[in-house]
Design a protein around this ligand. Structure first.
Ligand code: NAD
Length: 263
């Protein structure tokens, strides 16, 4: 299916690896003009070259830390100068550290809000004016299954993503008349370095090997598997498509059936 986004300018943040990269690869495969960022300027340029080579398009990589508002401002300026105003935005950032109420220090709360919630607010505020002028835009936020089913050991992530979900739903209604859709993609368990980090944490807490934790993760999922970032990216590309113009304000789980709730 032709998604109708050939030539659209797309910005995917936190995309040198993992789910962000999966989204960038799929958008590049659809011949979008893609910009990506992550904190490490060298790693992101390497990632951009690899995606470019695979997709046969020019992908641009920029160094920017999503927990810093000034970096986000500079990133948007560089994207505008290099490619133009983003028409598709996929917001992503590394997740906050794991922890419980007992183990989380007070200063960690504000850091988590800056990284996970405020980064998306700054990015969206930066791209919406031009999307409104064009009467077309696609905003997709990578959140988590935890917004439907909080995860006990991820207090900060649960908190910040719940706030982000409320923000996204509210602006989806406000921006719909401008041809701008706003949706969230909710990963379950996907094969990325973030999941390796969480598996390592669980392994030391539960005195098990990482391999055992991965086996348990797979066994707990109805599909008996861990997700692939490229499948996740394909869902993002669809939400960015022309055909998805009537889908907004939604939270789409990509989790192999892991969430057991009704809606
Ligand atoms: P990952 O660790 O594989 O990749 C994270 C990417 O973000 C990397 O490119 C890294 O360089 C970049 N990054 C990290 N911190 C950054 C920052 N401050 N500024 C800019 N770039 C930064 O992680 P992932 O698994 O792809 O996860 C992406 C998001 O999805 C995270 O918020 C994670 O918590 C969430 N999530 C992931 C899963 C999963 O199964 N992988 C499940 C639920 C939620």
């Amino acid at each position: 299916m032709d998604l109708g986004i050939n030539g659209k300018i797309a910005l995917v943040t936190a995309a040198s690896r993992g789910l962000g990269r999966g989204c960038a690869e799929q958008l590049a495969a659809e011949k979008c003009r893609v910009a990506i960022c992550s904190r490490d300027g060298v790693e992101i340029k390497q990632a951009a070259e690899e995606i470019s080579a695979r997709a046969g398009t020019n992908v641009f990589g920029f160094g920017a830390d999503m927990s810093k508002a000034e970096d986000i401002g500079r990133l948007l300026e560089k994207v505008r100068q290099t490619l133009g105003e983003p028409e598709i935005l996929v917001t992503n950032a590394g997740g906050p550290p794991p922890g419980t109420f007992a183990s989380t220090a007070l200063e960690e709360y504000e850091k988590a809000l800056n990284l996970t919630l405020m980064s998306a607010v700054h990015l969206i505020r930066g791209v919406v004016p031009a999307m409104k002028t064009k009467g077309w835009g696609r905003i997709i936020a990578i959140t988590s299954i935890s917004v439907k089913q909080p995860i006990g050991t991820l207090l900060l992530s649960n908190m910040a993503r719940a706030g982000l979900t409320g923000f996204l739903k509210t602006i989806a209604t406000e921006l719909a008349p401008d041809g701008i859709t706003v949706n969230a993609l909710l990963p379950g368990t996907h094969q990325t370095s973030r999941i390796e980090q969480l598996a390592k944490h669980r392994a030391s807490e539960e005195n098990k090997s990482q391999e055992e934790i991965f086996q348990e993760m797979m066994a707990a999922n109805p599909s008996n598997s861990i997700g692939d970032p490229s499948d996740f990216g394909a869902a993002a590309a669809f939400l960015a498509s022309e055909q998805a113009q009537y889908i907004t304000g939604q939270n789409l789980l990509v989790d192999g059936g892991n969430y057991r709730g009704l809606i």
